[in-house]
Design a protein around this ligand. Structure first.
Ligand code: F6R
Length: 616
């Protein structure tokens, strides 16, 4: 969702701002803009609905000279994605420019009040109130002090915000602040930078500073950054994040798109995650803030997540219940937050799964669980993300930057991370012996090679993708843990190919979705060699009897399935049923990508979607 960038220093600001916005494109957006302060003390900007590429074209013919500026990619919440609603937004004098990520919940009241006082607001956005509040503060209590004016303005706001502000009267200064929405800043020799996340900063620094809620950072042209808290007290040692990957990790590196790259990176991501994890405590998970006794006492686990990460939660439930014998509930964060009667025990542990660590619903749920006295453990990919900072403990999956909006490598790495947690719990509470942990861990270590084998069979997915040509809908089926693979496969297909796909536990098909079946209707059946194999084969037969075209995901050597189905996406033999979802899903990621490419869509930037869903 919305991306914010800012720069002040010795270089031309527009160049880096536009590059920074390109890097943030992956977050999802529908319009973009930049504003630069010229040394003569004027603001110059361009903004437009559509892509950063269009903004670049407009910027190339605009006079954007200046070494201080801000930029924005907007994901519309209040007001349509139009040029007028694109950020930056200006105050009445046209001397203050603001970009905002988040939602100002009391904007209607503020807007009414500002207009009654004679302010002229031009857009339909909630964000536009901010420059006008700053204008008032600069004209009154915070005269001559931009940082203070921003602080004063924020005192009037309710909701969430990451703001970057420039003012023509302060051509060598950029002021940033946040509450709820992500923002990091960096100090370098050639200037100071601000961005929604570390991605645009990776090629200018390896260390970024984090802002706490309500902190206000003043960035200066000499590259210095000074931060004060809500009360104006200077923060001498802000917490920092080290960017531990090379900027090239966020480039295509010869792949046709980021999704292809990230699918292919999964074996190495799992190897990194497992490296050094087997030790004295079975699985070493120092990130947990619970002692062994506290872990042993956990009598309930509540997993909270959204989207793809929710599907990880469903698989994690199987592993934790099977290996640690602890009951697990898995909740959609957006639903959990409004379930007024949620019950927890004294020893309930909460696990939030969020690759971005910034999903607003998941963060709200984690806060609620902490408020109820639960220990909260976050599984996330983004170092220093809000989920990681606010949780009692956080496990970083170390999958490296995931740029494609549709999650692939974070999905499988999060699954394996949840297996590590299940083993740690099982060992702590005595349901798993050291030997069993060792045996299971060795099974996890087979995953990278199994994945490599599936990747080498990608031609099967390409071949199967033609069965989706000219189709409007499809059904994904699976039983037990494979139903989760079906859910994830259908979600991937919907997201990037815009083709409707419905996923169901295979045995539930006859209770409704079977009515969809007609000759030629594509059904994807996840039917590995497991204890429900024969039951799923019966469901495949029910589909074929109604003329459906079945594409199976099956285990090598399954002659029965090969005879029945039109196409088979083969997976190698897996050592345990819980290894299958981590391996089989690669076929469905590849299948979705081929279908989307066949339909001519940009697989990395699907319409309407955002990588980091920072609004509830
Ligand atoms: C789908 C996808 C989304 C995210 C969801 C939660 O490919 O990526 O469904 O899983 O928006 O995001 P995180 O995991 O960042 O909380």
């Amino acid at each position: 969702m919305c991306g914010v960038v800012g720069y002040v220093g010795s270089k031309q600001a527009a160049d880096w701002l536009l590059d920074g916005l390109s890097t943030l494109e992956y977050r999802g957006y529908d319009s973009a803009g930049v504003q630069v302060v010229s040394q003569s003390g004027n603001l110059h900007g361009v903004k437009c609905a559509g892509r950063v590429a269009t903004l670049r074209e407009r910027a190339s013919v605009a006079n954007l000279n200046g070494t201080c500026g801000i930029g924005h990619t907007r994901w519309a919440t209040h007001g349509a994605p139009t040029d007028r609603n694109a950020h930056p937004h200006l105050d009445c004098t046209g001397r203050i420019a603001v970009v905002h990520n988040g939602i100002i919940e009391n904007f209607q009241d503020l807007r009414r009040e500002l207009m009654a006082a004679g302010h002229h607001l031009r857009s339909d956005t909630d964000s536009e109130v901010v420059p006008h509040l700053i204008e008032d503060a600069l004209a009154g209590p915070a005269a001559g002090d931009l940082a203070r004016a921003v602080r004063n303005a924020c005192e009037r706001l309710e909701g969430a915000w990451a703001l970057a502000v420039v003012c023509a009267d302060f051509p060598n200064m950029l002021v940033c602040t946040r509450k709820g929405s992500p923002l990091v800043v960096a100090s370098t020799e050639d200037g100071a930078y601000a961005a929604s996340d570390v991605m645009p900063l990776a090629n200018v620094t390896s260390t970024v500073m984090q802002l706490n809620d309500y902190d206000v950072a003043t960035l200066s042209a000499d590259g210095s950054v000074s931060i004060v808290d809500r009360d104006g007290v200077v923060i001498d040692h802000p917490s920092t994040i080290t960017i531990d990957w090379d900027a090239s990790a966020a480039t295509l590196g010869g792949h046709p798109d980021f999704m292809a790259k990230e699918i292919s990176e999964q074996p190495e991501a799992i190897e990194r995650l497992l490296s050094g994890r087997l030790g004295e405590h079975g699985v070493e998970l120092d990130e947990l803030s619970l002692t062994r006794d506290e872990l042993a006492a956990v009598d309930r686990v509540v997993i909270i997540a959204c989207g793809t990460s929710y599907h990880v939660g469903l698989v994690a439930k199987c592993a934790i219940e099977r290996w640690a014998r602890v009951p697990v509930s898995v909740e959609y964060a957006s639903e959990f937050n409004y379930n007024q009667e949620y019950l927890v025990t004294d020893h309930t542990m909460c696990v939030v799964i969020t690759q971005s660590g910034e999903t607003a619903d998941t963060l709200a749920a984690a806060r609620r669980m902490r408020g109820m006295g639960c220990n909260v453990f976050a599984i996330t990919n983004v170092i220093g993300s809000t989920a990681a900072r606010e949780a009692d403990g956080a496990l970083y999956i170390q999958a490296g930057p995931e740029v494609a909006v549709a999650s692939t490598k974070a999905y499988t790495a999060q699954m394996v991370a949840s297996y590590l947690l299940a083993m740690r719990l099982g060992f702590a509470n005595g349901h798993m012996t050291r030997e069993e942990v060792g045996r299971r861990f060795a099974q996890l270590e087979t995953i990278p090679d199994l994945m490599r084998e599936v990747l080498s069979r990608r031609w099967q997915d390409k071949q199967a993708s033609r069965l989706f040509r000219d189709k409007h809908s499809s059904l994904f089926l699976g039983r037990n843990v494979s139903s989760t693979t079906a859910y994830e496969g259908a979600l991937k297909l919907k997201e990037i190919s815009y083709q409707h796909a419905e996923a169901y536990p295979a045995g539930e098909m006859k209770h409704g979705p079977i009515a969809l079946l007609e000759p030629g209707f594509p059904v994807v059946a996840v039917v590995p060699a497991d204890h429900v194999h024969d039951k799923t084969v019966s469901n495949i037969q029910e589909c074929i009897a109604r003329g459906a075209v079945v594409i199976a995901v099956a285990t090598d050597g399954d002659e029965r399935v090969a005879k029945l189905c039109q196409e088979v996406l083969w997976i190698p033999q897996c050592a345990d049923e819980l290894i299958v979802p981590v391996v089989a899903v690669l076929h469905l990621q590849l299948l979705a990508r081929y279908v989307a490419r066949d339909r001519g869509f940009d697989v990395d930037k699907p319409r309407n979607l955002a990588k980091s869903v920072t609004v509830e």
